[in-house]
Write a protein that binds this ligand. Structure first.
Ligand SMILES: C[S@@+](CC[C@H](N)C(=O)[O-])C[C@H]1O[C@@H](n2cnc3c(N)ncnc32)[C@H](O)[C@@H]1O
Length: 211
């Protein structure tokens, strides 16, 4: 039987820089939902390094979930769960998890239709308590411009592959998130990537019904 484990060279390159950022952004303990886990290598790396957090990987692609589950089984970590089938674009009621203490999404919003980004912020807002983080990693445009020529070339290649894909404007993502989150903390990362860390805003109290 073929080995279902996949390996993503980019994930191996960026995982330690992302881990450094996560150490300052994630809560000290609790459940971290990873959306769009891909190969599963990030979840294994982060779970091994952060044993007080429980990692819940997910991906809508069954081949990705087979890879994640094979890496998870091989790692034998008590704080790492098998993959959930989660499509970020689905309505929050269809997400297969009811709560989390943090949501993490690496390199998805530019390699998926915009509806996935909208669904991600909507679903994360439904899961997270006030103050909890939604952490995104990837390339973003700032102030209407790419942050590097290599990101512009990457954007063009993405759009040529699928016109629904493309490097997103940081401001558009922040605006989409504003219904449930405060403005992001922006952390510069290697290779012209950014971490955007949003915090779940406190619920707006329901208006009282007169009488
Ligand atoms: C470029 S890969 C990134 C994988 C991994 N996070 C990494 O950085 O190595 C993009 C991933 O997004 C997932 N994806 C695409 N559309 C999605 C959606 N609507 N909801 C959740 N994941 C999605 C794909 O299945 C794929 O695993």
């Amino acid at each position: 039987m073929p080995d279902p484990r996949r390996s993503a060279p980019a994930a191996l390159r960026n995982r330690d820089a992302i881990l450094s950022a996560l150490r300052t952004l994630l809560p000290p303990a609790g459940l971290v939902l990873e959306v769009a886990s891909g190969s599963g290598e990030h979840a294994v790396h982060f779970a091994a390094a952060l044993p007080d957090l429980v990692f819940q990987p997910s991906d809508p692609d069954p081949r990705a979930r087979a890879s994640i589950d094979a890496w998870v089984a091989g790692a034998g970590l008590p704080n790492l769960r098998p993959a959930l089938a989660l499509d970020a674009a689905a309505s929050p009621a269809a997400w297969p998890i009811a709560r989390a203490d943090a949501v993490l999404c690496i390199n998805m919003v530019h390699i998926a239709p915009w509806e996935a980004a909208l669904g991600l912020v909507r679903g994360a807002a439904a899961l997270l308590p006030a103050g909890a983080p939604l952490v995104l990693y990837g390339p973003f445009r700032r102030g209407g411009a790419h942050t590097a020529p290599s990101n512009a070339a990457f954007d063009a290649a993405l759009r040529a592959e699928d016109p629904r894909w493309g490097v997103r404007d940081l401001e558009a993502v922040a605006q989409a998130a504003a219904a449930g989150f405060g403005p992001p903390t922006v952390v510069p990362m290697p290779a012209n990537n950014l971490v955007l860390a949003f915090r779940r805003a406190a619920e707006t109290p329901e208006a009282e019904t007169p009488g």
